[in-house]
Design a protein around this ligand. Structure first.
Ligand code: PLP
Length: 346
């Protein structure tokens, strides 16, 4: 009924913590008594410099990022960073290795082809080994960090960033678009090891040059100041919840609830992903028939459970359960799945 609270299972831009949205409502009009909105302030002002630095410090603390890494806030989205990664790194040896596990790593590999040779065969001479930690469309997630055998490891963590602890020191570069777990669209967080800042191709646009942006503390040109402010509040929210340990526990619990219902449905629901590499963030599944998928989405929407439609490339249903989606919201979906199954399995 319309009285049910809306539950947003969108894959991105995705649900943000309600608390954070309430907080930023205020700074939208008047940032901490300055009389201006955070989106109206100079990116070179003392106020924004503090927001920029504090946001980086919070991330450094949450992820335990070593001192020999730079944190960048860049524009251009995940897609922009597909190009940026190649342009900044592939010049080291002229080639790079891409592990293709789904549609986003495939796109990244195709983009890299423009700037050098991208291969899939674990070349020890590769400038870097690239993989996507969580394939948002396909629902495939790594549950370990691949061994790159000395080759700098690059990972796209756009859709599972800050959902668990991991050892940053194993990586050369990490990219993560904000619009899933950390804020509004408009920023991609880049974490880059300092020794990798020296290989940018001369054609690299300045806005994508990691070294220039590291040297300028991500204010070489105008950043989306409001977006960074929201990200700062999301980082503070994560810390209040108990940090990555809590995010990880919740992700495991929520995804397990969904996969259990799928696996115990006698084939009524099917998830195409093998159990060992199922995503804790994006759960794709199908009903027995496409007609039932349609009915499922319609009935869910009538109950205010929204943005459950599978990606246009794969169809079916996809429940995205990022950090801001609560355990109770997930339980509500699982209850609906059970009711729907009972109603339609005769
Ligand atoms: N990488 C992953 C894992 C994604 O899920 C997405 C978008 O959903 C992208 C990259 C592309 O990000 P953008 O749309 O910001 O270019």
């Amino acid at each position: 009924s319309p009285s049910n609270p809306v539950i947003n299972f969108g894959a991105g831009p995705a649900k943000l913590p309600r608390e954070v949205l309430e907080e930023v409502k205020e700074s939208l009009v008047d940032y901490e008594g300055t009389g201006i909105s955070v989106m109206e302030m100079s990116h070179r002002s003392a106020d924004y410099t503090k927001i920029n630095n504090d946001t980086q410090s919070a991330l450094k603390e949450i992820l335990n990022i070593p001192d020999n890494y730079k944190i960048l806030f860049l524009q251009g989205g995940g897609t922009g960073m597909f190009a940026a990664v190649a342009m900044n790194l592939i010049g080291r040896t002229g080639k790079a290795d891409y592990v293709v596990t789904g549609s986003w790593s495939k796109k990244a590999a195709q983009e890299a082809e423009k700037y050098g040779k991208s291969t899939w065969n674990r070349d020890p001479e590769a400038s870097y080994l690239y993989y996507c930690d969580n394939e948002t469309v396909d629902g495939v997630e790594f549950n370990y960090i691949p061994d790159s055998q000395g080759v700098p490891l690059v990972s796209d963590m756009s859709s599972n960033f800050l959902s668990r602890k991991f050892d940053v020191s194993k990586f050369g570069v990490i990219i993560a678009g904000a619009q899933k777990n950390i804020g509004p669209a408009g920023i991609t967080v880049v974490i880059v090891r300092e020794d990798l800042l020296d290989y940018a191709m001369p054609i690299t646009p300045t806005v994508f040059d990691f070294k220039v942006n590291a040297g300028q503390n991500s204010v070489n040109n105008t950043p989306p100041t409001f977006v960074v402010h929201v990200i700062q509040r999301v980082f503070a929210w994560i810390k209040r919840q108990g940090g990555l340990a809590t995010m990880e526990q919740n992700a495991l619990q929520k995804s397990t609830l969904l996969y259990q219902e799928i696996d115990n449905s006698d084939g009524f629901y099917q998830c195409p992903v093998e159990a060992g590499c199922r995503s804790r963030m994006n759960v794709p599944f199908k009903c027995k028939t496409p007609e039932l998928d349609e009915q499922f989405l319609k009935d869910a929407k009538a109950l205010n459970m929204i943005q459950l439609k599978g990606h246009r490339l794969v169809g079916g249903i996809r429940a995205s359960i990022y950090n801001a989606v609560t355990i109770n919201e997930t339980i509500t979906l699982v209850k609906f799945m059970k009711e729907f199954r009972h109603k339609h399995s005769s």
